[in-house]
Design a protein around this ligand. Sequence first.
Ligand code: GLY
Length: 297
Amino acid sequence: MSEKPQLIVHGGAGDIPDSLLDPFRAGCRRAVEEGYRILDSGGSAEDAVEAAIRVMEDDEAFDAGKGSHLNQDGFVSMDAGFMEGAHLNVGAVAGLRDIANPILVARRIMESEHTFLIGEGAARFAEAHGIARCNPEDLIVPREREIWQARRQTLRLATPYGDTVGAIARDVRGHLAAGVSTGGRQFAVPGRVGDVPCVGSGFYADDAVGAAVSTGEGEHIVRIVMAKRAVDHLAAGMHPQQAAEEVIAYLAQRVGGRAGIIVMDRLGRMGCAYNTLRMGRAWWEEGRIEVRVNRED
Ligand code: GLY
């Protein structure tokens, strides 16, 4: 059986400033290029998701890997999640400080007997599985250091300009995978974890139905278990676009949240919705890559 492969990525929803529009567009495009190349040559949905997210983790425009937001202590604290839709295997990791690509750790956890590891134990698991630690300072970029210094002086609450990167892929076997990676929120209280490593809130994938990946205010997203809610809508017969719009509307109405979501059904049809100012996203369509950040793009 050979199905049409499909890939959608997001680079985060939020108040993305004009200065980051082009970097967001370029980074989302490169992520689809990398991931789709794998799918097009018969590679797995997992490999495509991992490749797409690595591109965005390595790109300092995004709040994931290098370029992550800093917490109140001035460190990055990164979370990631991975799920495959054939056997519903899940891998999640939280509180990483010195791993450049948390998505690799989430995938290794998914492929192990574990489902969720945190902090130093997760970093040791990563090392034992061939994933090197880095200097935590290498993940800190000048833009984030300046934001942190300004926040420390004013103690203003953080307004995220965009958070999290994510991807959903469907390979030629019709198999789905979803992944998500984040540096969390600006100036977060140390120890804070959002939706990203929480299966069902930040991500979900089921080959029989579809997949979804969230971005936005984790404290709100977890309260409606947003990704699973979208996948449940697919199971009830909704188109992915309708499912995406419903969960964002419900999030706003029920808990006052601001977020975005990408959704794909088992046939590879896609949807995306957000109620933030902007959301970076890109996907494969009719032989070319579509990229959007604004509503009017
Ligand atoms: N959505 C990312 C977070 O809240 O940490």
